[in-house]
Ligand binder design. Structure first.
Ligand SMILES: [Zn+2]
Length: 377
């Protein structure tokens, strides 16, 4: 979501990944637990003990979040949805859905699974705490168990706030979707609630800072910003999907694109094509047959002094699933391919023959136009 991701392990076939920003969260949790929370609750323990409790608390949160996201993912799989993996980042975790839920019921069940899992986990930790307490266990163990019971309870309750894209917001959207049959309208309402909630969190953060709680306040502001921007991003995503789904690639493509011969030296490609047409990508042909595409990215990666010796064929990306799409494919599929590969242009193929190019810019322009024409409030 923010930076490079580290793959950790696979669980039930879902890949668990760690965003670099998670380390900041882990550090902040350990630090605030070791410096504030545990010393206030259990006085007179050695400093190192507080730090171990803090670190174990952070690790506990790590597994609690995975447990929460895993429950979403398992229910999603029940409904035939593909989950790419679970990523932990600074504001918690996210199960990466490849597509939207097929119906309101699926969405509702998927959404509610997370808070239920957190409630169950909270009860489990609290049960362990009670058992440990009656067995006169040591203070550090009691402290960590009690903390994890509380944190999972908070995770469940916070996620139940009806603000999209949080779980409660998804449940609200599912309920509205079920009632009206209009996913777009349901998303709009739930996203508005999400935006409002985000703004509310930011206001609370400012009040908190004004009353002297700087770290806590800053935290609320950051979470508020995150919820607010996630709500609007999701809303736009749904709109894009509605506009593009059901439209074929052929509607958006530019026909008869400029093509390059594979034997052309890079220098000539730059002088005669790149500077003349200002395109970022050209299809490459060999005797009339499409063999790949060459991008300005690949040209840049080649040392200038070799531009006369190296031919386009040597630096091109061969024709494959990453730079080409079928003319009858859904436009939404083209957009997803662009997002996944980072290629903002794709070659359009019909029975092995190059018939055109499709660009992200064209998809977005049509989307903006449609939004303008269909605006209803
Ligand atoms: Zn959740």
């Amino acid at each position: 979501m923010f930076g490079p991701k580290t793959r950790l392990f696979k669980i039930f076939g879902f890949e668990v990944k760690l965003d670099a920003s998670w380390f900041f969260l882990a550090l902040l949790i350990s630090w605030s637990l070791a410096q504030g929370y545990f010393p206030a609750l259990y006085e007179g323990l050695p400093k190192q003990t507080y730090w171990s409790m803090g670190v174990i608390g952070a690790i506990g949160i790590f597994f609690s979040i995975i447990f929460h996201e895993l429950s979403h993912s398992l229910v999603a799989r029940q409904y035939g949805l593909t989950i790419k993996g679970i990523t932990l980042f600074i504001f918690g975790g996210v199960a990466e859905m490849e597509n939207e839920p097929p119906n309101a019921k699926a969405e509702f069940m998927m959404a509610i699974a997370g808070p239920i899992a957190s409630f169950v986990l909270s009860a489990g930790f609290y049960g362990l705490f009670l058992v440990a307490e009656s067995a006169n266990a040591m203070a550090p163990l009691l402290g960590v168990l009690r903390y994890l019971a509380m944190v999972n309870m908070m995770l469940a309750v916070f996620n139940l706030v009806p603000a999209f894209p949080m779980d409660g917001g998804r449940m609200l959207r599912a309920a509205l979707w079920h009632k009206t049959g209009d996913l777009s309208r349901a998303t709009r309402t739930a996203s508005r609630a999400g935006s409002l909630f985000g703004i509310l969190l930011m206001i609370l953060g400012v009040i908190s800072i004004a009353s002297g709680n700087f770290i806590g306040g800053l935290w609320w502001i950051l979470i508020g910003l995150f919820v607010q921007s996630a709500a609007s991003a999701h809303y736009i995503q749904i709109q894009v999907r509605q506009v593009l789904e059901g439209e074929t690639v052929s509607r958006f493509m530019t026909r008869d694109p400029v093509t390059i011969d594979g034997e052309l030296p890079i220098r000539k490609l730059v002088d005669e094509y790149v500077y003349a047409h200002h395109h970022k990508m050209f299809p490459v042909l060999d005797g009339g047959l499409l063999i790949g595409s060459v991008s300005t990215r690949a040209i840049k990666a080649t040392p200038r002094e070799q531009w006369d010796q190296i031919s386009v064929r040597q630096i091109m990306d061969p024709l494959d699933q990453k730079n080409a799409i079928d003319i009858d494919a859904d436009a939404m599929k083209a957009l997803e391919l662009m997002r996944r590969t980072g290629n903002s242009r794709l070659m359009v193929i019909n029975e092995g023959q190059l018939v055109g190019l499709i660009a992200l810019k064209d998809l977005m322009e049509l989307f903006a136009l449609k939004m303008e024409l269909e605006k209803d409030d």
